[in-house]
Design a protein. Sequence first.
Length: 259
Amino acid sequence: MGKRFVDLSIAIEAALPSDPPMMIPKIDYVDHAQGATQMLDFFPGIRREQLPDSLGWALEFLTLTTHSGTHLDAPYHYHPRQDRGKPALTIDEVPLEWCLSDGVLLDFRHKADGGRITAADVEKELARIGYELKPLDIVLVQTGADAAWGTAEYLVKGPGMTRESTLYLTERGVRVVGIDAWSWDRPLPFLAREFQEKGDPRVIWEAHFAGIETGYCHMEKMANLAAIGRPHGFTVCCFPVKIKGASAGWCRPVAIVDE
């Protein structure tokens, strides 16, 4: 039996409009010719022509947030407290066993942009695929929003989770989830419009704030979920980069499918 590896991430790229302006990554590339110049300083006496093809190392300088690209949010991102009063875990404190487990794929591509994915929707989808959740399952939510990656429309694409649907998962022992949209919640402009219309603050970031009650992690800006090819019967690996005291860490989630 072979294994198929499915990359569920997007690349960190500079100058794409798929984040609010303050969050768009910047990348300064140092090419091999520039690297050769740097190497002359590190190795006194070396001449450029003594390097292979007169070239040196390549490297990059990045300016970005921990929420740029595909990333895993720690409970600390949502609030300083989780589990009804305990200190919230930062990304370097997230248990590693949360990040390698059986995967479950829930398909909500039929829902409209800005639509709510309710607990009833989750329950119905689980019934459709014939699956019962167990603790530490990694639940992936497919919205189809990743088709708009690289465009300004990405920020308003896809439905999103709610407080009740998030708690539906965490009450069953799920601790890591993911979505192929910009946010685990519905797109922010939809939340802002509803708050302006109704004046109810409970709509603001409701799925994120569910982590105050039960700590959990979610991946955002995932992609390629359709390539998994099945709703369950695969493994997800999503270890985050270890950043001291941070609210998130970049990750490259992979679905491992036995074939």
